[in-house]
Design a protein around this ligand. Structure first.
Ligand code: ATP
Length: 193
């Protein structure tokens, strides 16, 4: 499971998915755009756009499925609810949760985080920014085996930076995916900061 706002999806999201496919022998990778992000303060773009951009961004990766369930669920999107559903749908499957280092650090603030760690192996990718040097969330000894580092090239890019570049009419950096950039332009997304 790879969750996120994907507002918009960018090259680091795709690189993280590629790293997971290469490293974890996944049968399937579910990219799951969040519905109501309880941990983000700004309102997200409509789910319709985020789903469409995710389909464009991940189109070339095998085994990736864009899963709309969190955008269809009422109330805040809790990862634990999604993992419970996946577990029910695929009994016996080994589940992995992909996270950037920032989200891994925030994990102890997530709803039912201990159940999350017991349900899925947590695979963490560095973001290639200064924050990677910050102390990591250190898992209690018993849970240490549930965490894995996901090797991937450091790509210091964020959706926030991309939205700001668009709102302030700056040139987009190389880590904005071409089909996603075209979609953004066509639908006039992120025009205001
Ligand atoms: P925003 O800037 O709006 O907060 P974001 O770029 O962090 O967005 P999200 O959609 O919130 O993107 O991220 C989804 C997942 O991808 C999170 O687990 C996040 O940590 C991870 N991620 C995002 N950018 C990177 C990056 N540059 N390198 C590694 N992981 C990343």
């Amino acid at each position: 499971m790879f969750g996120g706002a994907f507002d918009p999806p960018h090259a680091a999201h795709v690189a993280l998915a590629q790293a997971a496919l290469a490293e974890l022998q996944l049968d399937q990778l579910r990219v799951i755009p969040t519905g109501q992000a309880w941990h983000k303060t700004r309102p997200l773009s409509p789910a319709l756009h985020r789903l469409a951009m995710a389909r464009l961004a991940f189109a070339d990766l095998p085994k990736v499925m864009i899963d709309a369930r969190e955008t269809e669920r009422a109330g805040p999107s809790y990862t634990v609810d999604t993992l419970r559903e996946l577990q029910r749908e695929q009994p016996g499957a080994e589940l992995f949760l992909l996270l950037g280092a920032d989200q891994a650090r925030a994990l102890p603030s997530w709803h039912a985080w201990q159940e999350i760690v017991q349900t899925a192996i947590i695979c963490v990718a560095d973001r290639g920014d200064g924050a990677d040097k910050q102390p990591r969330f250190s898992a209690p000894k018993l849970l240490e085996s549930r965490f894995r580092q996901l090797p991937m090239p450091a790509l210091p890019v964020s959706a926030t930076e991309i939205r700001n570049q668009i709102a302030t009419r700056q040139a987009l950096g190389p880590l904005v995916l071409e089909p996603v950039a075209r979609y953004i332009e066509h639908h006039h997304l992120y025009q205001t900061a």
